[in-house]
Design a protein around this ligand. Structure first.
Ligand code: FES
Ligand SMILES: [Fe+2]
Length: 358
């Protein structure tokens, strides 16, 4: 079998490729928007940005969450900023007013315009899906639903996180990384670097010889058995199935659900800033978002160890990718897969190439 070479450096450094990703990949894939608990009451909204587009999610009086481009259909002023709550959406420029279902309700003096048809003016809606309480949007109106992108993931997560309906964010730890988003996502998606760079990996609860990552549609599923669970800093006696395992579901291209032993849900989500910068958030959750010292300790330990160790790796890689001396090396694709194989990178880089080159 021919060697599989890593992606050429330009995919990680060329602003033109980043621009192509914004126009294509980021606008055609499911992207994390926020958590449904951020907009629990009718009229609650929050804004966010995907691929340079300002968007907002808002809960209607019918309790349905909708997402719109954050732009007035009159003369393009942005409609809302930050987060808040409102009965109707009022544009700050000339006070055109929209229903939470997107239709134009009123505007000063519009009745004076003969033939003005309010029903023809509507906010531009964006596809939104709720996935275990997490809101994802897709700018592509034709996009297939998340269940076809990530087959089986929803049902598996419901089984691994049986209390997902009561979970709310406790904190999202923000981590700025000076690297292309794909460098960070690749680093997340292999564990060939783990034994050397994460001291707790070899000595902790993971049984490295059982670690593997396998594609499941456009999901990369990480699985491992655990050991030494009495060393955990928190109580793992959740009583739920799978409480002695670790698993994660990376949803291409920029989100991952992780479940730690004891059925502890935590997440990663990435937002690309430009070709050389990405922001990563580590999300931590508890029932009703109640502060929990054990979750706090876990978040702090994660930030100080794994996250810190990975920042150094990805930033060094980004510097290396800019070296004239770099020739993309062969990936270590072990036919038996396993923890010391880069088969998951081969899959990921195929998706990355397809996203840019079609
Ligand atoms: S641009 Fe919104 S009311 Fe004029
Ligand atoms: Fe790592």
């Amino acid at each position: 079998m021919a060697l599989t070479r890593s992606l050429e450096a330009r995919y990680y450094t060329d602003p033109a490729i980043y621009a192509a990703e914004c126009a294509g990949l980021l606008a055609r894939t499911w992207q994390f928007a926020g958590h449904a608990s951020q907009i629990s009451a009718p009229g609650d909204y929050f804004t966010f940005e995907i691929a340079g587009e300002s968007l907002f999610c808002i809960r209607g009086h019918d309790a349905v969450v909708r997402c719109y481009y954050n732009v007035c259909q009159h003369r393009a002023h942005q409609l809302v900023a930050g987060q808040g709550s409102t009965r109707v959406i009022v544009c700050p420029y000339h006070a055109w007013t929209y229903e939470l279902t997107g239709g134009l309700r009123a505007g000063p003096n519009i009745k004076s315009v003969e033939g003005f048809d309010r029903s023809g003016v509507c906010l531009t809606e964006v596809r939104v899906e709720e996935f275990l309480g997490f809101l994802f949007v897709n700018l592509d109106p034709e996009a297939a639903p998340m269940d076809s992108w990530y087959p089986g993931a929803r049902a598996e997560l419901e089984e691994w996180v049986p209390n997902w309906q009561v979970l709310e964010p406790v904190k999202w730890v923000e981590i700025a990384e000076n690297c292309n988003w794909k460098v960070s996502v690749e680093n997340y998606s292999e564990c060939y670097h783990c034994s050397l760079n994460h001291p707790t990996f070899a000595t902790g609860v993971v049984r490295p010889e059982t670690y593997d990552i396998q594609p499941q549609g456009y999901c990369l599923r990480h699985m491992t058995e655990c050991q030494n669970l009495d060393q955990m800093t928190y109580d793992i006696n959740s009583g739920f199935a799978h409480m002695e395992e670790y698993s994660s579901w990376f949803l291409w291209p920029m989100f991952s659900f992780q479940v730690y032993p004891g059925n502890v849900l935590n997440t990663y989500h990435w937002r690309a800033v430009d070709a050389d910068h990405v922001v990563v958030w580590r999300g931590w959750y508890s029932p009703d978002g109640t502060p929990d010292p054990a979750i706090d300790a876990l978040a702090r330990q994660d930030r100080e160890t794994t996250v810190e160790e990975d920042i150094r790796l990805v930033e060094s890689v980004q510097r290396g990718l800019k070296s004239r001396g770099y020739v993309p090396g062969p990936l270590v694709v072990d036919p038996d897969c396993g923890v010391n194989s880069e088969h998951s990178i081969m899959t990921l880089q195929r998706w990355m190439r397809e996203a840019v080159d079609g």
